[in-house]
Write a protein that binds this ligand. Structure first.
Ligand SMILES: NC(=O)c1ccc[n+]([C@@H]2O[C@H](COP(=O)([O-])OP(=O)(O)OC[C@H]3O[C@@H](n4cnc5c(N)ncnc54)[C@H](OP(=O)(O)O)[C@@H]3O)[C@@H](O)[C@H]2O)c1
Length: 354
């Protein structure tokens, strides 16, 4: 679908971060938009920004963990605009904690939102796109869906499930004109870390590995809608981690362990008193290596059009009884990743240094 002008694009999780930027990026192409999330006030702000660019948009409050709400949103978009060309299943959140410590409920709810929310979107969109004989579904997974890190099992499993869903559905739809892609961002400058901290009982994590802006991910999603590819890596060198994990999962275990070890002692060192509120700078205050990361940290890049993240309480936010801030002074990923090939070499060196 090289021409997106007039195309109908539905985006879930558009009230913040990647979804917000994706909606704006599609609006700039002249696409017509349907957006959803739980916070309608945020969606109204997004709708104003889209209309200011001359775009057409409808916004709806939806919890993607509810199949009937997702179907109503997708069917409603198709009914309103007469067709559905692109669905971006982006809504999602994270949580961290060791497997033996995280409540099973956290695993379950992550699956309901991140995985089943995507299933519901696909199930609603596929019949419409089949009838049209064309369409693109973009499922926003994560690089950790391919290779999980210590402390990230519950989230990574939900992202891995999205990948399997995408692969299977793409094969099922071969020859129909409907294409399904998965997107694998690395750490992205959004509210994600703040929400993950809240969902993890206050256990915040600084960025691990290379960081990118939500805009960069959004642009990759728009490119994918134009020319679909099975998998999208907005930060291309991260693909090397997938190759390396396939070649040597044991080596990647060592890399993952080193990442966790680097971050570990800071948990205790940076613990804050129970009464101190978490601030965004505490959660995302570490400074990365790339200029994009530094710009994100300085607020120059990501989500400049976004409302203040603290202004609208997150629906899942709950008072924290314990606040432990884990701050990494810098990302602990392999240094100076330049290309997939050199990345494999550097990751190998990284894992073998004591
Ligand atoms: N940021 C990263 O480092 C990163 C890396 C890899 C992949 N990702 C993936 O990228 C996607 C977007 O994340 P983000 O970084 O943009 O995070 P974000 O800034 O926290 O945005 C998450 C969006 O998902 C929505 N959402 C969450 N739960 C929902 C639910 N039950 N129903 C409907 N909407 C829901 C939120 O809206 P409401 O709260 O208003 O409902 C919000 O619009 C997620 O799938 C995430 O897993 C993020």
């Amino acid at each position: 679908m090289p021409e997106l002008r007039g195309a109908v694009v539905a985006v879930t999780g558009a009230s913040a971060g990647i979804g917000w930027e994706t909606a704006l990026a599609f609006a700039e192409t002249g696409a017509r938009l349907a957006v959803c999330a739980r916070r309608l006030d945020r969606l109204e702000q997004l709708a104003q920004a889209v209309r200011a660019k001359g775009g057409e948009v409808v916004a709806e409050a939806v919890d993607v963990a509810q199949a009937d709400q997702v179907r109503r949103f997708v069917d409603g978009a198709a009914a309103r605009f007469g067709r559905l060309d692109v669905l971006v299943n982006n809504a999602g959140y994270g949580a961290h904690g060791r497997v033996e410590e995280l409540p099973a409920e956290t695993f379950r709810h992550l699956m309901e939102v991140n995985y089943l929310g995507t299933v519901y979107g696909c199930q609603a969109a596929v019949p419409i796109m089949r009838r049209q004989g064309r369409g693109v579904i973009v499922n926003v997974s994560s690089i950790v869906g391919h290779r999980a890190l210590a402390g990230g099992a519950a989230y990574a499993a939900s992202k891995a499930a999205q990948i399997s869903l995408t692969e299977s559905l793409r094969a099922e739809l071969r020859g129909t004109g409907v294409f399904v892609s998965s997107v694998h961002p690395v750490g992205t400058g959004t509210e994600f870390a703040e929400v993950a901290a809240r969902e993890s009982g206050g256990l915040a994590s600084g960025p691990i590995g290379p960081q990118q802006s939500a805009r960069r991910v959004a642009e990759a999603i728009v490119r994918c809608a134009r020319r679909p590819t099975p998998e999208v890596y907005p930060y291309l060198p991260s693909r090397a981690l997938v190759w390396l994990n396939a070649l040597s999962p044991g080596l990647m275990d060592r890399v993952a362990w080193r990442m966790a070890r680097r971050a570990g002692p800071r948990v205790a060192a940076a613990a804050t008193p129970a009464s101190a509120p978490i601030t965004p700078s505490q959660v995302s205050g570490s400074v990365g290596r790339s200029s994009e990361t530094r710009n994100i940290a300085k607020g120059r890049v990501a989500n400049t059009a976004m409302p203040n993240p603290m202004a609208t309480p997150h629906p899942t936010s709950a008072p924290l009884s314990r606040r432990t801030i884990l701050r990494t002074a810098r990302p602990s990923a392999p240094r100076a990743i330049r290309s997939p090939i050199s990345d494999v070499r550097r990751v190998t060196e990284y894992a073998s240094t004591p």
